[in-house]
Ligand binder design. Structure first.
Ligand SMILES: Cc1ncc(COP(=O)(O)O)c(C=O)c1O
Length: 394
């Protein structure tokens, strides 16, 4: 398990001001296990006495190409930072609306698509209501549900992916929101258009569905489907996407939702004013127009996935076939293998918090990073097995 950064910070504050702990906070908020981000390179360098330049981070599903040059140039040209951003994100929403073939009012922007997921929860969930999501689905779904004091209905996964018929059956009288990730994080699984639309048809009109497509741009051509056409047909559907992955702008925090205007107006009621910064809006506009960067991101990822799959196969490891920019691999004693990888300067993501204690999630990197990971993994597996407790299965 990665070190719990949030708890560490809170613990420090409490020591300085012991009365803070006695505030009458909501019990369901206190009960939340904080989101655990991938370890930053600087932290690993500090803890292990390694040079930051020698560390490979394949832990947070970021784009190994970094931010597109076009976005960097747009940031350099961006308007007066002494003023608030355009709270309506007119230029960005217009560009998205035009690209997607919808009216401006159908597009809502978020501080990352994470904020879209939160807005949907804020609009739809409260104590006495429930939210349906899958086992092994993105960690923010249970978090957003718990923060609102709502009940999470977790539907058992099927082959690590969403069991959509079971999810439709799990919708209860008090359910008001469903989260679906396609492809899913951390498993990389994909549900095809037929299965998704069959699901949408089953959902009652009062229940909003967030179709979370954070990794949509990585889908291979035969997998692609037209979710925007579904938005036209299903007034309860919110499609959420991000600039953090294939567009390479994770550090700027920009995502967006496409929904019919009524639902968009609801999301906007709970959206923070000025939620997307001036720099983020400028960079996202540039990245959206940069079709060459998107194509390079896609191709690099496809090739990287192939390299990782072949390398994992050669090591005799089982993995889940991925449609995203990461891969879930079964390594056995994952915590030990994770630490052995860290000691070799490679950061990946343990997923014990997803109830997958034998697995690691590895983001596709640059070709040399993928090779470095595979070499480090061979050594880490060897070392982890060598220190297995006596009597433990090897
Ligand atoms: C499935 C899924 N949805 C949403 C997000 C949120 O990403 P962001 O807030 O950077 O758009 C992530 C991030 O990893 C994700 O994996």
């Amino acid at each position: 398990m990665p070190e719990d950064i949030e708890n560490k910070k809170g613990g420090g504050k409490d020591r300085m001001n012991p009365q803070l702990a006695s505030v009458d906070a909501l019990a369901h908020v206190r009960a939340i296990a904080p989101y655990q981000p991938g370890k930053p390179i600087e932290e690993v360098a500090r803890e292990l006495g390694l040079e930051p330049d020698g560390i490979v981070k394949l832990a947070s599903n970021e784009n190994p190409l970094g931010a597109p040059e076009s976005a960097r140039r747009a940031i350099a040209r961006a308007a007066d930072l002494g003023r608030y951003p355009d709270g309506n994100a007119f230029a960005l929403r217009s560009a998205l609306a035009q690209r997607l073939g919808v009216a401006l009012e159908w597009v809502t922007v978020g501080s990352g698509s994470n904020e879209i997921l939160e807005m949907a929860a804020a609009a739809m969930l409260a104590p006495g209501r429930s939210c349906v999501y899958s086992q092994y689905a993105f960690a923010v779904y249970p978090l957003a549900t718990q923060v609102r004091g709502a009940r999470g209905i977790v539907v058992g996964a099927r082959n690590f992916g969403h069991d959509l018929p079971a999810m439709a059956r799990a919708i209860a009288a008090d359910t008001r929101l469903v989260y679906l990730a396609n492809p899913n994080n951390p498993t990389g699984t994909f549900a095809d258009a037929g299965a998704l639309e069959a699901f949408l048809r089953e959902v009652p009109a009062a229940v909003a569905v967030v179709l979370d497509e954070a990794y949509n741009e990585y889908l291979a051509p035969p997998q692609r489907y037209d979710a925007i056409e579904w938005v036209r047909r299903y007034p309860n559907l919110i499609v959420s996407r991000t600039f953090s992955k294939a567009y390479g702008l994770a550090g700027l925090r920009v995502g967006y939702a496409v929904s019919q205007p009524d639902l968009a107006a609801l999301l906007n009621r709970v959206r923070l004013p000025f939620n997307v910064s001036t720099l983020a809006q400028a960079a996202a506009c540039a990245a959206l127009a940069d079709v060459d960067f998107l194509r390079r991101s896609y191709e690099l990822n496809r090739a990287g996935l192939r390299t990782l799959e072949e390398g994992l196969q050669a090591l005799g490891l089982a993995f889940v076939h991925s449609s995203a920019n990461f891969i879930l691999v079964k390594v056995g004693p994952a915590d030990r293998v994770y630490r052995e990888l860290l000691a070799r300067g490679v950061i990946v993501r343990p997923v014990a918090s997803y109830d997958l204690p034998e697995f690691l999630r590895v983001t596709v990197g640059l070709p040399e990073e993928n090779q470095r990971f595979l070499q480090a993994l061979a050594a880490a597996l060897h070392a982890a097995r060598a220190v297995a407790p006596v009597g433990a299965p090897r």
